[in-house]
Design a protein around this ligand. Structure first.
Ligand SMILES: [Zn+2]
Length: 157
């Protein structure tokens, strides 16, 4: 494994975010990640550049930590998770789906006549993702907070 080099910058050329698979627009902030590995005579080196929405970069990092829980230094590493490979793949897909839905929701223009309807349709989809992910490793703690926030928002509006 190579250690990635990460920096945050403005997006100058549209790219696709590997986490939510939506485009990152020019003039918006983006996280640039460079994986770099020096080659040797047997193995070719490589250079990988990826661009993420800042919130997607955090989301993928936090999920990585969730799947690789904190282990105090010096303790032996046990099995990482109890999920099967299929379950892990399913979980990853659901996390990405939710990220995609959140991006879509953020893009709704409030002056559109059907913006509330569109937002509640997306909320329904997010709810379904939550129910599905419950079966494969549980609902991430951060999502639960989002759920509480959105319930409180509906109360006040
Ligand atoms: Zn994204």
């Amino acid at each position: 494994m190579s250690i990635p080099n990460v920096c945050i910058n403005w997006c100058y050329r549209e790219a696709t975010c590997p986490w939510c698979s939506l485009p990152i627009k020019v003039t918006t902030p983006c996280v640039a990640v460079f994986f770099w590995r020096k080659g040797n005579p047997e193995v070719r080196g490589y250079n990988i550049k990826r661009f993420y929405h800042p919130d997607c970069w955090i989301a993928q990092g936090l999920d990585y930590l969730k799947m690789n829980p904190y282990i105090p230094r010096g303790e032996k590493r046990g099995p990482k998770t109890t999920l099967t490979v299929e379950q892990k793949t399913a979980r990853m897909k659901l996390l990405r789906k939710k990220a995609m839905l959140e991006q879509q929701k953020r893009r709704i223009k409030s002056d559109y006549p059907d913006s509330l309807l569109t937002a509640s349709r997306i909320d329904d989809k997010i709810m379904n993702v939550m129910l599905d992910i419950y079966k494969v490793g549980g609902i991430p703690a951060k999502w639960k907070q989002c759920l509480i926030d959105s319930l409180e928002n509906t109360k006040t509006t």
